[in-house]
Design a protein around this ligand. Structure first.
Ligand code: NDP
Ligand code: 2IT
Length: 447
């Protein structure tokens, strides 16, 4: 089996050798799915996984725009249309200076499995740009989004490819992108999700990724007869996912000790309560400030510049910032300090070495493609509401989100439970996600 996996990865590396994040994501899937394929005859000899690692289409385009001083800038725009076997391409757009083809291919690949797990009919895609919204005026962000959509609009559509937000793309950016798409096509359609409430958005979509991650962690803890009440929770990030993960943890009686951004983390040993979280939401979403400002407002707390929060003792860790933000050493520290559950709100925040440590220690560990699927699942619910031209209540959407997260948890158990009773959620998520897409690909023939 080792040899089969190595031969497969050698082929992937030959084609994508300069794309480390993509290779990391494929390796994790290959290690769990290739042994499953070997045991299941219908998938033998079909090169299914090899077909799945090659994007159906990879678009790269120039985005030229003018800043407030009249200077012209050029960024690179992308859309990776990875797999449409079970539905239109679906996945977020990331605006961050680190964006490149490797990062977007890893995200698009993960998205295929994640979307399959949601049980909704969505294929996988991802896109974005190396544009940095930080420090730009609203007008500059608008001009960039409009220029970006001028090209992207040729390639997407409500039945073709439906983008949404990700790092650096929130409600403001989705608004500008949607406005330009509507103007170009002269059509009001559900071509993007994460839209504002008054123009086709769904209730709970802003909250969905963070809430979903905590619902998933709740299901994991329940297998050990534990809940969130009075648990110490360490969260990284302070963006969309982190904010609503924190909100749900508070609602369930947990104590949130940390939040972070790319410059450092804050530690509030009294706990970040609802009032303090409201301050963070205003700071990040309206003032677009840095998390370090928290200690000015709450002077009895601490800020650790340039550090990550994993050395703060906790029961539960929710990495909600970005890929590879939690390494093997961080994992060892978390385990040593008694952490019993790690649920990823971000995409691939734990390195392979970290996952290895979690599995060795047999603590509860959920990969993002399972635990953060609530965001895209609720995007799927937004698409359904747009198609039906109706709007569900907050409670209705939240109930559906809860049911989907429970379903994903059950799928992980079904495919990931090992002989000693330990659930390998990585294996479970990869195989459950694979089966649905592979079956559709087999049915549709070699295309
Ligand atoms: P936001 O842009 O709202 O927030 C991102 C947060 O992560 C910020 O606090 C940001 O800090 C921090 N961050 C970004 N890059 C880095 C970095 N290189 N190192 C350390 N911190 C960093 O994004 P989201 O909250 O939407 O996304 C967070 C994660 O969740 C991503 O991995 C995304 O792919 C994933 N995700 C998002 C979903 C969604 O619906 N939005 C759905 C599923 C997954 P700073 O402000 O300093 O950059
Ligand atoms: O990584 C993700 O799942 C997202 N950024 C959300 C994608 C979506 O289409 O809602």
């Amino acid at each position: 089996m080792e040899e089969k996996i190595k031969a497969f990865m050698d082929e992937v590396k030959t084609r994508n050798g300069h794309e480390p994040e993509f290779i990391q994501a494929v390796q994790e899937v290959a290690e769990t799915v290739i042994p499953y394929i070997a045991k299941h005859k219908i998938y033998n000899g079909k090169n299914i996984l090899l077909r799945m690692v090659e994007p159906e289409r990879l678009l790269s385009f120039r985005v030229a725009w003018v800043d407030d001083n009249g200077e012209i800038h050029v960024n690179r725009g992308y859309r990776i249309q990875m797999n449409s076997a079970i539905g239109p391409y679906k996945g977020g757009l990331r605006f961050h200076p680190s964006v490149n083809a490797s990062i977007l291919k890893f995200l698009a690949f993960e998205q295929v499995f994640k979307n399959s797990l949601t049980t909704l009919p969505m294929g996988g895609g991802k896109g974005g740009s190396d544009f940095d919204p930080k420090g730009k005026s609203d007008d500059e962000v608008m001009r960039f989004c409009h220029a970006f959509m001028l090209e992207l609009s040729r390639h997407i559509g409500p039945n073709t490819d439906v983008p949404a937000g990700d790092i650096g793309v929130g409600a403001r950016e989705i608004g500008f992108l949607f406005g330009m798409y509507k103007k170009i096509k002269n059509e009001f359609t559900g071509v993007l999700t994460g839209k504002g409430r008054s123009w086709g958005g769904s209730l709970i979509r802003p909250e969905a990724t963070g809430y979903g991650t905590v619902y998933f962690a709740q299901s994991m803890l329940k297998t050990k007869d534990i809940d969130f009440s009075s648990k110490n929770v360490v969260i990284s990030g302070s963006g969309n996912v982190a904010q609503y993960a924190a909100e749900k943890v508070l609602q369930l009686g947990g104590k949130v000790l940390t939040l972070s951004d790319s410059q450092g983390f804050i530690y509030d040993k009294e706990g970040i309560n609802a009032d303090k979280l409201a301050y963070v939401m205003d700071l990040k979403n309206n003032q677009r400030g840095r998390i370090s400002e928290y200690i000015k407002k709450y002077p009895s707390t601490q800020y650790f510049k340039g550090e990550k929060p994993w050395n703060i003792a906790c029961d539960i860790a929710l990495p909600c910032a970005t890929q590879n933000e939690l390494n093997g050493n961080d994992a060892k520290i978390l385990i040593k300090n008694g952490c019993l559950c790690v649920a990823e709100g971000a995409n691939m925040p734990s390195t392979p070495e970290a996952i290895h440590e979690f599995h060795l220690a047999k603590i509860l560990f959920a990969p993002g493609k399972a635990s953060n699927a609530g965001g895209v699942a609720t995007s799927g619910l937004e698409m359904s509401q747009n198609s039906l031209r109706i709007s569900w209540t907050r409670e209705e959407v939240d109930e559906r989100l809860k049911a989907i997260m429970e379903d994903i948890h059950n799928s992980c158990i079904e495919f990931g439970k090992e002989e000693d009773g330990f659930c390998n959620y990585v294996k479970g998520a990869n195989i459950a996600g694979f089966v649905k897409v592979a079956d559709a690909m087999l049915a549709q023939g070699v295309i």
